[in-house]
Write a protein that binds this ligand. Structure first.
Ligand code: T1G
Length: 699
């Protein structure tokens, strides 16, 4: 016999004999929002007050148990009851309380489970403490109860990597008691029955002892110092876990104090939370309501680095791929690159031999473009030359079936012009991948004037299928990322010519958080690529624009970077050091222009570099090339190695404020009024106090 009481909209209490089943139903991921917390307390109190009830069991409806605190509550005044108080109420229950987590029990969700007296996972369960990915630490007892259930080392690993582990692994550690098959409600009922039968032992987590694991603590501190120097939360995780050997109430209080301080005061936390939401916000585009076309079979034209990377990514996502090259020799190179990419993933443990073989079985390399007659979508990834692309799209228009989507992977050329040679401009779109295309998550979905809404929606559906982050971009030279890069990249050249060395500039920006400074990036990509681009742009370069010839002079000496063993740096069997020949070219160029080298501080370098990036990013938003500031942030976070803890260039701009950015531009403009101009949007924001976050909310 059972009867169900609706405690509130998201919590129900069902009595089945001597068992009280508490169900959480707060879609989409059962985030522990305020109603969940309040309802859980009410349900636990009601079950304790009911003499007929001997044991309580908490489970969730929908696709997952609680996936964490409700991140949407962050940055707002805290709502009571807090999650720690909710969990402490559960743990203090006079009657045993078990939990039956399923799906992804993460963060606060896993902490709820830790506060129950036993945990039976549903098969397929994954658990984690991903708060570090939000610039936080577990803030509802995870650093105190975790060591009591799974030891300090596992708690530290889980909290510092933010990675999920299978329920079975958690069971091996003692965090989960066992894994059962079945629906969450049935697993919860069975587990509760086992408590009554005495076959499932319960215990109060906070009363369990903690063993000090000094080696784990020391290893964690060394790893954090080396790999996570920018995250304020990482040392706090370690300190909180270290304190778990003391009085549990003091440990909980310390953890909560750190959590609230990070949430309210740490820029790195604000940046990480923004980055989390940016990944999801960019999917909200005007065309989201259109129905995507079904994509099962695609063509990729070009087996070079990009074409092979795109083909690899498409194969990994389960698609059939026809790769076209102009000759058997070129095709063989493409096949070899795709095969190496797939083998690399197996070696790195990111894939399996079976998956690789299945992917290769769906791979059809050919030199005959007529083989594209039945594909659903084609991605052209050939040389960045408009005439070559027009020729290809003219042929595709003739060969491809009606309704097939014709996409270009161009990184800056005009997609409207490409579409103009076809009879189906509504089916033409830009799909700009980032190298290496089978690894980088960003995909700029470039919408031309006549691109149909369902073609845009298909571009986003393809991005999701390929596990990429699609960002909508309008048509201009370089779309979002490369246009902004082309602008702020000049600042690095100006700083170098004016007195800073490439190494100082790289180091200053790496200390800011970039994985690699611009001169190292240039050497890595190949200085000849930028050289070719500058030659292409030379006829249109305005005379007023200050032009730095240093990069060209280095290329003229055949020094293209890593691929030639030297560029700005010398690459000598793992040893990387500044290239004296490059430094001499810099000195000669300064002398030729009569420049007396200035002393720049690292902060000057960061300020100029970031102010340039922000100002061009603001113009990209103002012109509608990007839908919102957060779209620009996503482009730089997922395509350009922008430090995640800073949230993206325009999130970082909000940390500085529009007034200060305008002041800097006006100061810099005294030396170069052509390059340094205040974008109208920034002037307005400086005037009226709005932020880019305000514009995100409007967008
Ligand atoms: N809070 C609020 N909304 C969330 C959310 C959360 N924690 N997690 C996901 N969503 C929304 C998301 O924005 C999207 O909404 C929808 O759910 C589907 O998400 C005290 C403080 C669970 C693995 O960090 O990793 O607990 O855009 O598209 O790909 O110690 O969501 O559709 O409107 O990502 O299937 C810790 C974050 C929080 C987990 C599912 N937990 N979420 O992935 O779906 S901090 C996390 C995820 C914490 C405590 C601390 C993933 C997922 P919309 P989705 P998915």
């Amino acid at each position: 016999m059972s009867d169900t009481q609706q405690i509130n909209d998201v919590i129900s209490l069902e009595r089945v004999g001597e068992i009280a089943l508490i169900c959480i139903d707060n879609p989409p991921v059962n985030a522990s929002a305020q109603p969940v917390r309040e309802g859980l307390i009410a349900a636990v109190e009601a079950a304790n007050a009911d003499d007929a009830v001997k044991v309580l069991a908490i489970y969730a409806a929908g696709r997952t148990f609680v996936a964490g605190a409700d991140i949407r509550e962050f940055g707002k005044p805290p709502l009571t009851p807090s999650l720690p108080d909710t969990i402490n109420t559960i743990e203090a229950s006079a009657k045993p309380v078990i939990s039956a987590p399923h799906g992804t029990a993460l963060g606060g969700g896993l902490e709820i489970c830790m506060g129950t007296h036993a945990r039976v996972g549903v098969k397929g369960l994954r658990v984690g403490l991903p708060e570090i990915n939000l610039g936080l630490l577990p803030g509802a007892g995870g650093t105190q109860r975790g060591p009591r259930l799974m030891g300090m080392k596992n708690t530290l690993d889980m909290s510092l990597t933010g990675k999920m582990v299978p329920g079975e692994t958690a069971a091996d550690w003692g965090l989960i008691d066992r894994i059962d098959e079945g629906e969450p409600r049935d697993v919860a009922l069975k587990a509760a029955q086992d408590v009554l039968d005495g076959t499932l032992k319960t215990r109060v987590t906070s009363e369990l002892p903690v063993e000090v694991d000094q080696e784990a603590l020391d290893d964690a501190r060394a790893m954090v110092a080396k790999k996570m120097p920018f995250l304020a939360s990482a040392p706090k995780v370690i300190e909180a876990v270290e304190r778990s050997t003391g009085d549990v109430k003091e440990g909980m209080a310390f953890e909560r104090e750190c959590f609230m301080d990070l949430l309210q005061n740490a820029a790195s936390t604000r940046g990480m939370i923004h980055a989390f939401f940016s990944e999801r916000a960019v999917a909200k585009v005007p065309e989201a309501g259109a129905t995507p076309r079904e994509i099962k079979k695609i063509g990729v034209i070009g087996g070079g680095t990009m074409g092979s990377g795109i083909a690899t990514s498409a194969l990994n996502s389960g698609l059939d791929v026809r790769m076209i090259e102009i000759s058997d020799e070129a095709l063989q190179r493409g096949i070899s690159t795709v095969t190496k990419n797939l083998e690399g993933a197996v070696k790195r443990g990111k894939s399996t031999q079976e998956k690789m073989e299945a992917a290769l079985a769906r791979f059809t390399p050919t030199t005959n473009m007529d083989d594209l007659g039945d594909v659903d979508l084609v991605i052209e990834a050939v040389f960045e030359d408009m005439d070559v692309k027009k020729d290809i799209f003219t042929n595709l228009d003739r060969i491809c079936k009606e309704g097939a989507i014709l996409a270009s992977n161009t990184s800056y050329l005009d997609v409207n012009e490409i579409a103009s040679v076809t009879k189906r401009p509504e089916d033409v779109i830009g799909l700009h991948f980032f190298s290496p295309a089978h690894i980088m998550r960003l995909l700029e979905v470039v919408v031309a004037n006549k691109t149909a809404p369902e073609v845009v929606a298909t571009g986003f559906a393809l991005a999701k299928k390929m596990k990429k982050i699609g960002v909508r971009a309008g048509v201009c030279d370089g779309f979002i990322g490369n246009r902004i890069l082309a602008y702020y990249g000049k600042t690095a050249g100006y700083l170098m010519e004016d007195g800073a060395s490439p190494e100082q500039i790289d180091t200053a920006l790496e200390n800011f958080g970039f994985a690699m400074g611009p001169f190292k990036v240039g050497d890595l990509a190949g200085l000849d690529i930028g050289w070719a681009n500058r030659k292409r742009m030379a006829p249109n370069r305005p005379n007023e624009e200050r032009y730095v010839r240093i990069h060209d002079k280095i290329c003229e000496e055949g020094m293209y970077g890593r691929k030639t063993g030297k560029g700005f740096y010398i690459y000598d069997e793992g040893d990387i050091r500044p290239n004296p020949e490059a430094l001499k070219i810099i000195d000669d160029e300064r002398a030729a222009k009569g420049i007396t080298p200035k002393d720049f501080s690292d902060q000057d370098i960061v300020d100029r570099y970031m102010t340039a990036m922000i100002s061009e990013a603001a113009r990209v938003v103002e012109e509608g090339i990007a839908l919102r500031p957060i779209d620009v942030d996503a482009v730089f976070l997922f395509g350009y190695g922008f430090p995640r803890f800073r949230g993206g260039p325009l999130k970082y701009a909000d940390e500085i404020g529009a007034k200060e950015i305008v002041r800097r531009i006006e100061e810099y403009a005294k030396d170069d009024s052509y390059y340094w101009k205040v974008p109208a949007i920034l002037a307005r924001m400086a005037e009226d106090g709005t932020t880019f976050e305000d514009l995100n909310k409007e967008g």
